[in-house]
Design a protein around this ligand. Structure first.
Ligand code: GLA
Length: 502
């Protein structure tokens, strides 16, 4: 029947059409993954930090599950060299061997090297910015072997205020990067100012959608002034934005995410210590489902086993790296009788989105994400009608009349014992042991991409079957306070139905 193929046809059509609209550098076909020092370490950067972190990313299997770019954030330069074409000079104390040597170290480990600068006179930390020096800086980075640029928005000399002015300022650097001939992933960091989701896709691979994230689930901070369910037109992006604040902003613009060009919800806070385990699980799930870049923001040198287990969950990462490249969308959000940290009604919400089919059938798989904003454990449910509302309103979608296998994407989270054994066995951490603990099989993108793993039904990516949802049924989950439940729904073969049942 024609309608049966509709979902997958739409996804393919979207990829074909949208592929030509995104920036044409061939990068970030799925959201970029990596690590950046800023959230945990701020300006405390050095060659040694990057080298040690890179070795740990390899040793801990984080490279294997997809984290690729090691990104050096602000505070790395000592200014410009007037006698050398005004090029930026790396701080010789922090980087005694120079940046090209750091890039070589990253490449030798099979990782990419990311660099930070600012589309203004100074960086946010007050170091030399790149406004007016786009070509010379792009050439410098290319000569060092840089693979990624995070490009900030401080001290922009007032070249902002509408989409044309901001986009022109950021386009200058995009053109300069492209002109180097080196593929350099371009990550805009203008905090959602001047609606970068409207123009970012033609010049860059991702754009920040909000002021800086901080390590809090829902605490309101006046320095991130846009809050609440309608906080969208945010003239002052601010910083200290909570996880739920950023999730809310993302909900309005999910359709802007596409292969090669992504809404960046900001770096992960998993492992930075101020949120509960359930909150970190929900944060990671949300960023994955919304197709945000997954850039770890914790100090990997002191990572705790439970956080390694979250960041390593390939079944959740597979949602983020899904070849169909479309973000999940929020289907509903309800107030509960409880209050959040600010005294407002605590909210529960449900997101769903289509994924590549792993059944070989006509229907896309579906991710379902239940988020519990309540400070108490909550039984949550999502009807097939709501999950599949994009394929037909009020329960009219053909998928509502089918049965679905429900697979829990957190069920196979690595055990803390396994994660502890991996950490204990790392020679880069200086504590190699002869641990004999058997670690559960892990996914490895250097032998199998996520696209291949999904196409071949790799069980590590598919989670655990919990139940079956029957036609017109409901997905049920008991969700921890400030936690999430995340499922992959797979179509079950339908019995031959009579015409009037269709
Ligand atoms: C801004 C960015 C952050 C970080 C700092 C560095 O605040 O949004 O992600 O790069 O600058 O100074």
């Amino acid at each position: 029947m024609a309608f049966k193929n509709l979902n997958s046809v739409l996804v393919v059509a979207a990829a074909v059409v949208l592929g030509v609209k995104a920036v044409d550098n061939g990068l970030a076909i799925t959201p970029q993954m990596g690590w950046d020092n800023w959230n945990a370490l701020g300006c405390d950067v050095s060659e040694e930090l990057l080298q040690q972190t890179a070795r740990l990313i390899v040793d801990y299997g984080l490279k294997d599950v997809g984290y690729h770019y090691v990104i050096l954030d602000d505070c790395w330069s000592v200014g410009r060299n007037a006698s050398n074409n005004s090029s930026l000079v790396a701080d010789p104390v922090k980087f005694p061997n120079g940046m090209a040597a750091v890039a070589d170290d990253m490449h030798a480990l099979g990782l990419g090297f990311g660099m930070y600068s600012d589309a203004g006179k100074y960086t946010c930390g007050g170091y030399a910015g790149s406004l007016g020096y786009e070509t010379v800086d792009a050439n410098t980075w290319a000569s060092w072997g840089v693979d990624y640029l995070k490009y900030d928005n401080c001290y922009n000399e007032g070249y902002a205020g509408n989409q044309q002015i901001s986009s022109a300022r950021y386009r200058t650097m995009g053109n300069a990067l492209n002109a180097t001939g080196r593929p350099i992933l371009y990550s805009l960091c203008n905090w959602g100012e001047d609606y970068p989701w409207n123009w970012g896709s033609t010049i860059a691979n991702s754009w920040r959608i909000s002021g800086d994230v901080y390590d809090s689930w829902d605490l309101y901070d006046a320095r991130c002034p846009c809050e609440g369910p309608n906080a969208f037109n945010c003239e002052l992006p601010g910083f200290h934005c909570s996880i739920t604040n950023i999730m809310n902003k993302a909900s309005f613009i999910v359709s802007k995410a596409q292969p090669g060009a992504w809404n960046d919800l900001d770096m992960l806070e998993v492992g930075n210590g101020a949120m509960t385990d359930a909150e970190y699980v929900a944060h990671f799930s949300m960023w994955a489902a919304a197709k945000s870049p997954l850039i770890m923001g914790n100090d990997i040198r002191v990572i705790q086993p439970k956080d390694l287990a979250i960041l390593s969950n390939a079944a959740v990462i597979a949602v983020n790296q899904d070849p169909s490249g479309s973000s999940a969308a929020r289907r509903w959000m309800y107030d509960t009788n409880n209050t959040d940290s600010n005294g407002y009604p605590a909210r529960i919400q449900m997101w769903s989105g289509s994924l590549q089919s792993t059944t070989g059938g006509d229907y896309s798989d579906m991710v379902v994400l239940l988020i519990n904003g309540n400070n108490a454990e909550t039984v949550m449910n999502a009807t097939l009608a709501d999950i599949f509302v994009d394929s037909g309103e009020q329960g009219t979608a053909p998928q509502v009349k089918m049965s679905w296998e429900v697979r829990d994407l957190w069920a196979n989270r690595m055990s803390e014992a396994d994660a502890a054994a991996i950490i204990a066995g790392s020679s880069a951490a200086g504590n190699a042991t002869n641990a004999t603990t058997v670690v559960a099989p892990r996914f490895n993108v250097s032998s199998t991409s996520y696209a291949e793993g999904l196409a071949s039904n790799n069980s590590i990516l598919l989670g655990n079957v919990t139940t079956t949802v029957l036609p017109s049924g409901t997905v049920l989950a008991t969700v921890a306070p400030h936690g999430a439940a995340m499922f992959r729904l797979r179509a079950l073969p339908t019995a031959v139905m009579k015409r009037d049942e269709l």
